[in-house]
Design a protein. Structure first.
Lengths: 325, 363
């Protein structure tokens, strides 16, 4: 019987799912992914986590709860570092412990460390260990890691060419091409688990597209572009997501094709309180692009989001008209 | 060059001593107050943790007194303290302050980075003098910690309320005023003062304070937690003292006979099995430590939005269920109100007293 591995559609799902899925399938396991976030998942997350946790962590608790009876193992790796000399956020470091101490009736938990703080190549050994938990054949594991590496490379290339990660995951998806392109482009800066989860941001990306606007996100900016822009900082940022957000925002602020920037953050997010401040102050110093800061939590209401996005788009429209005259 | 630094409890006593020994002019910011916090919160990011807001307020107040250079510590994450200095600098720049910022932190590329920063502050003083200065500062930190520990023991027993704090203030000012070479003498005098506080012998409750370092060490930020508990008849101990922290992080644990955080790290399993930045893992370890020592209760304190402590807070309830140790979490920020805070402390202490009495009845 094949082993079922449950992967919650939360936290760094949108960054690494091609790797994880290819890897587990490569060693002969079946991958079960939790559904899109919905009210029941959020409610369970709220019940299981402490009030002070941020919305994405609460949502992740909900996804684990909904997966626990559908899989033999839940895959919640301890994401210490996914880039040399950088971390994600303390809550990612502690997430497996938080889950183990608060969710009852868990199946097996795979919470091995994923830690590339020292060097990127450490990842191989770490996934080899994960593979050995399920599969006895070292060649098969090695092959699966190789395939997973290829999958994530293809995925990254597609995303950097302008495709949204939540769409690029489906390898058959393709954009309509230049014909479908619209005149105005807005950049959305934020953590992937906030901007691609349309339940918690109340359909932000769809709303923008329905309003006839192209959307580019943090993830569409190539790594090199990001690093060129953060190189001017007084000190290297030690959060991978924070570095990418600051680099991408600085890039978008300087790109003539971008008409405005929306910064999406969860309520009380620690890293965002620092990186958001750097971005906002830079945006204000440059002062040429409308900038909207959206804060999400479990109480976020549709009307509030709609009003703010509409006001922002009006501002973008006014600026463009003024430029055309 | 006039050097200032952020407040964190009595940190100023040892920093001021060290810098003055090296012949550097210092500006000690006014003690953190409501005004400091108002100034800081007004200009800081909303979700920044409270220490950042107080730091910023300290710098703004020190600037009025003529300070032009800031010296502070840094780090390499994942706790956001490691990026404090840079964000504070951007804010100060936008506000029109002209500060030079020197951050003492593990170097990104090469040790020479750190050495050149120290050189920037110390000028041409020989290295041996710099080391002597650091040692001198450390001795003051140790003296201050010993006096604070004495105060924590005496407060619940003092005959007249407030006597301990009057004595502690006097003792601390003796240490602060002691010049190089006279520290031992000053310490003897100061501890004599603490020794002479009249006390009544009576049973006390014991509470261990764990949590985030700044809110543990800075009485303004924790609304005088130690004093309040002392007045309620509780003897407290805290998981972190300044000198222990310095020994762990700057001297790599070289000084013997000082409690070390590696003990906490060992005790934190199975609840938290990996470091999570800041003092999150130590919080769990310290809770286990106080449980083993037979304390009556544990209070965790953290600034609102503190990431490592939220992880610790999430696993503490399970620790409490498993061990039967009462744990309360207090979260502080610029909105914290005194009376709500006091009510919670009184309720918690009542609960512990009740629990202790019932245990005795059953025994």
């Amino acid at each position: 019987m094949t082993v079922k591995i449950g992967i919650p559609r939360a936290l760094l799902f949108h960054n690494f799912i091609p790797y994880w899925k290819t890897f587990f399938e490569g060693i002969g396991a079946e991958v079960v992914i939790s559904g899109l976030t919905n009210k029941a998942i959020l409610q369970d997350g709220l019940r299981l986590s402490v009030d002070e946790a941020c919305l994405p962590v609460k949502v992740a608790f909900g996804h684990v709860e909904h997966l626990k009876n559908k899989a033999d193992y839940i895959f919640i790796p301890r994401l210490v570092s996914v880039f040399p000399r950088e971390y994600i956020c303390p809550k990612f470091l502690g997430f497996p412990d938080m889950v183990r101490q608060n969710v009852q009736g868990l199946p097996g938990v795979i919470d091995n460390n994923i830690n590339m703080y020292r060097r990127e190549s450490d990842l191989y050994r770490q996934f080899f260990e994960i593979g050995s938990l399920i599969c006895g054949n070292p060649f098969k594991i090695a092959l699966a890691i190789k395939k997973a590496g290829d999958a994530i490379k293809r995925f990254t290339a597609r995303v950097e060419s302008g495709l949204r990660p939540d769409r690029a995951i489906d390898s058959s998806y393709s954009e309509d091409g230049p014909a479908g392109r619209k005149d105005t482009t807005v950049a959305v800066i934020g953590h992937p688990y906030n901007i691609y989860d349309s339940f918690i941001n109340i359909g932000l990306l769809k709303r923008l597209e329905d309003a006839g606007i192209n959307v580019l996100t943090t993830d569409n900016v190539p790594e090199k572009e990001v690093n060129d822009h953060v190189a001017h900082l007084n000190k290297k940022l030690f959060w991978t997501l924070g570095r990418r957000m600051v680099g991408a925002a600085y890039h978008f602020l300087e790109s003539p094709g971008i008409s405005g920037i929306i910064h999406v953050a969860s309520f009380a997010c620690g890293p965002d309180s620092m990186t958001g401040e750097l971005i906002e102050r830079k945006a204000r110093r440059i002062g040429s692009k409308p900038y909207l800061n959206l804060t999400l939590d479990e109480h976020t209401g549709e009307a509030g989001i709609v009003t703010r996005v509409e006001a922002f788009l009006d501002m973008v429209g006014t600026k463009e008209q003024a430029a055309r005259c | 060059m006039k050097v200032t630094f952020p407040h964190m409890g009595n940190l100023w006593i040892c920093l001021d001593a060290m810098l003055k020994y090296l012949g550097i002019e210092t500006v000690v910011p006014p003690p953190s107050s409501k005004k400091t916090l108002d100034l800081g919160s007004k200009h800081s990011p909303e979700f920044a943790c409270m220490p950042l807001k107080l730091n910023l307020g300290n710098f703004m107040e020190a600037s009025e007194m003529g300070a032009d250079t800031i010296i502070m510590a840094g780090g390499c994450g994942p706790c956001r303290f490691g990026y404090y200095a840079q964000v504070e600098h951007v804010i100060l720049e936008d506000l029109g302050y002209n500060y030079r910022l020197v951050v003492m932190e593990p170097p990104e590329k090469h040790i020479s980075q750190l050495l050149s920063r120290i050189r920037y502050i110390t000028g041409n003083k020989p290295w041996i003098e710099v080391i002597r200065g650091i040692k001198y500062g450390y001795s003051k930190a140790r003296a201050v910690d010993m006096l604070e520990m004495a105060a924590m023991r005496k407060r619940p027993l003092e005959r007249r309320p407030g006597q301990t704090d009057t004595a502690l203030n006097e003792a601390l000012s003796i240490i602060a005023g002691a010049v190089y070479g006279k520290l031992d003498e000053a310490y003897a005098r100061a501890s004599e003062i603490m020794e002479q506080i009249p006390v009544d012998r009576k049973p006390v409750l014991k509470i261990g304070l764990v949590g985030e370092i700044y809110t543990l060490l800075e009485p303004f930020s924790n609304l005088d937690l130690e004093k309040k508990l002392g007045r309620l008849g509780v003897e407290v101990d805290r998981s972190i003292y300044l000198s222990e922290w310095v020994n762990d992080h700057l001297f790599m644990g070289l000084v013997r006979g000082v409690r070390s955080s590696s003990l906490y790290t060992r005790l934190s399993a199975p609840y938290l099995r990996h470091f999570v930045g800041g003092h999150g893992q130590e919080t769990l370890g310290a809770a286990a430590y106080y449980n083993n020592k037979g304390y009556d209760g544990i209070i965790q304190i953290l600034p609102f939005t503190c990431m490592p402590e939220i992880v610790a807070q999430s696993v503490l309830p399970q620790f409490s269920r498993d061990t039967g140790m009462p744990v309360m979490t207090l979260i502080v920020d610029e909105q914290t109100g005194e009376s709500g805070y006091m009510t919670r402390l009184e309720a918690f202490v009542d609960l512990l007293a009740e629990k202790g009495a019932r245990k005795e009845e059953l025994a």
